[in-house]
Design a protein around this ligand. Structure first.
Ligand SMILES: Cc1ncc(C[n+]2csc(CCOP(=O)(O)OP(=O)(O)O)c2C)c(N)n1
Ligand SMILES: [Mg+2]
Length: 618
């Protein structure tokens, strides 16, 4: 059965716009008794589907997810694990995939189907049912979940798995749980199962009636704006969006997943949208009468927890392959591929253009934001220097085609605002799940997707401590990562959030236990992250000033293996927020005065949250 599964996987291809890609770049995993004799043996006799050894099953899924994202979902990896902890290690990765709508195939080993030797090592027993294992924990985080209890079930499951993985609207984590005994059993599969199979990725056009109404809505709008989400990149609709924006003059704000849809200096690119947004984008959103949401899930970071849009008459026009997203905010749904829909709209709108005052406003906001970015890039704070200054140095050192990778902490917000993206997919943020630990493992997937682009992983000390293991894997495979590690001795992000909700940064510093107070407010912990990186085999440098950072970035250019630059940054020297807010509820009652005051501020801000149920008519 395992041999059949591997033989099937290596023959799966996808095609979009006549371009063909082999769907699986290989199989990641860590062997254990739950897979070594089944999938492990099958991989050994099929070297043309390469086996990659990772250091942590969660990391493997992140690498696969990042590879898929950087490949605009036209490729991914499969990930295999043993039973038990190896399998549950993949739950976090699976959620990352599904939240971000990115394909990955997970093949956790499972307990014996024949049951006679139960409980096996690492089996979670249940008194209620024998039809349960830890792999059931993957059900809620998977778009498709199946268990192959008999070898002859395989053909039906793999076909469903491929349908979901290659569906633009349905894709996410797909799980095929593989009982340890069934993996090794034989069955006479039809030969056709192993023939090359080409899955067509459709470009769904808009329904004509839906498109006509969309044109009407845009024509009637005086202050329309576009929110570009990840769907723009996945659909390779960047040129179509650039043309649409240039022709109509409609400003474009980008989500985390959608950043880089337009180059930063496109005249209609007003920057980042929402909680981590830029002033121009958020001020325009506040007054917009029509929001054209393209390929976005409209998460709370994008909508500023539904406070971003304050025009009483605002309506939404949602272009999305997923019906689910197309209906959000009671918007007018255009279920279509982003590229096709934007091309159709550009043609149908003819000579429509936004008014001159509006156009002048957009140009002004853009200029002002470039000045603000320059200010933050040259702050001259410290040492320890500011994070914004480090971002500026990395941005200047990178070539237009290079990629910055990040996921959690305070870096995503600062990068969303400040990073000057020049090419599509040059900005790779996992901010749907914002999973600490994604950064280095994800960077490896990005590098594997296109080794010609330098990958700059920007990672905080918290994320680095959570998962730095894939430095070893990057060296094993010869994929160089440029890792910039910002050490601020704790959580600048959650520390700042804690201050804002009146809790004074409680529990967010990396300090030792203080015997006098009983709290974590003792001396700073003597952690040497550069020594950790060097110990894992990376070429490692320390930097203190901005000039040091620039010199180190120059020096690692010539280094062939994964390099880490450790720079101490000032946790309190933050890039400010602009014209936005995020709903994080504050304790309604508290003995702390700081919390009481924060609660008052909270209530005032939350009162601006809107309920969008009005129909799209006008
Ligand atoms: C797995 C996981 N656990 C917890 C969080 C919540 N969280 C978000 S950012 C953050 C701190 C990250 O610290 P660091 O990487 O040092 O970045 P900094 O905030 O200092 O910029 C935490 C704990 C998360 N996003 N992911
Ligand atoms: Mg930190």
């Amino acid at each position: 059965m395992s041999q059949a599964l591997i033989a099937f996987l290596k023959n799966q291809y996808v095609e979009r716009d006549g371009r063909e890609t082999r769907f699986f770049g290989g199989v990641w995993g860590i062997f254990g008794h739950g897979c070594v004799a089944g999938i492990g043996q099958a991989l050994q006799q099929n070297p043309d589907l390469r086996y990659y050894l990772c250091r942590n099953e969660q990391a493997a899924v992140h690498t696969a997810v990042a590879f898929a994202k950087a490949s605009n979902r036209l490729r991914t990896f499969a990930c295999v694990s043993s039973i038990g902890p190896g399998a549950t290690n993949m739950v976090t990765g699976a959620a990352t995939a599904t939240v971000n709508r990115l394909p990955v195939l997970l093949m956790p080993g499972d307990i014996f189907a024949r049951r006679n030797v139960a409980p096996v090592l690492q089996q979670l027993e249940s008194e209620r049912s024998q039809d349960i294992s830890v792999n059931d924990a993957l059900r809620p985080v998977a778009r498709y979940w199946d268990r192959i209890n008999r070898a002859d079930q395989l053909p039906f499951s793999v076909m469903e798995a491929m349908r979901v993985l290659t569906s633009p609207a349905q894709t996410g984590a797909v799980v095929l749980a593989l009982p340890q005994d069934v993996q090794t059993e034989s069955w006479d599969y039809p030969a056709e199962l192993f023939e090359k199979r080409l899955w067509h990725i459709p470009r769904q056009p808009a329904e004509p009636a839906a498109l006509r109404k969309a044109v009407e809505l845009i024509r009637a709008a005086r202050q329309p704006m576009i929110i570009a989400g990840g769907g723009v990149l996945y659909s390779e609709a960047c040129q179509a969006l650039a043309d649409f924006a240039a022709q109509t003059g409609i400003p474009v704000a980008e989500t985390q997943a959608g950043k880089g849809s337009l180059p930063f200096d496109h005249p209609q690119n007003v920057g980042a949208m929402g909680v981590t947004g830029t002033p121009g984008a958020n001020i325009l959103a506040r007054g917009a009468d029509l929001v054209i949401a393209v390929g976005t899930r409209l998460s709370d970071f994008t909508t500023a927890s539904k406070t971003a849009f304050q025009n009483p008459d605002v309506r939404f026009l949602n272009i999305n392959v997923a019906e689910f997203d197309a209906h959000k905010h009671a918007g007018w749904p255009v279920m279509a591929d982003a590229r096709v829909a934007l091309e159709e709209l550009t043609a149908a709108l003819g000579d429509y253009r936004v008014g001159q005052d509006y156009a002048a406003c957009i140009a002004r906001y853009k200029r002002q934001w470039e000045d603000e970015t320059d200010r933050l890039f040259t702050l001259r704070h410290g040492p320890p220097i500011s994070q914004g200054e480090v971002i500026g140095a990395v941005n200047r050192a990178s070539r237009p085609e290079d990629v910055v990778v990040c996921a959690a902490g305070s870096l995503p917000g600062d990068l969303h605002k400040l990073w000057r993206t020049r090419r599509p997919n040059g900005y790779h943020l996992e901010y749907g799940y914002s999973c600490m630990g994604y950064e280095i493992a994800g960077g490896l997937g990005v590098k594997m997707a296109d080794p010609s682009r330098e990958v700059y992983v920007m990672v905080g000390d918290g994320s680095f401590l959570m998962m730095n293991s894939e430095i070893v894997t990057s060296i094993q495979e010869g994929y160089k990562l440029n890792i910039i590690l910002l050490d601020n001795h704790g959580f600048s992000s959650i520390g700042g959030l804690s201050q804002s909700i009146g809790s004074e940064g409680f529990g967010t510093d990396y300090r030792s236990r203080n015997a006098d107070t009983g709290q974590l407010d003792g001396p700073w912990l003597p952690v040497d992250l550069a020594a950790v990186a060097a110990g894992l085999g990376a070429y490692t440098l320390r930097a203190v000033t901005r000039e040091d950072v620039e010199k180190a970035l120059e020096e690692i250019r010539a280094v062939p293996r994964t390099s880490v630059i450790v720079v101490e940054t000032d946790k309190e020297a933050r890039v400010p927020g602009y014209e936005s807010w995020w709903d994080v509820p504050v304790a309604e009652v508290s003995e702390m005065e700081t919390v009481q005051r924060a609660r008052e501020r909270y209530q005032e801000a939350a009162a601006k949250e809107r309920i969008f149920v009005a129909g799209p008519g006008r």
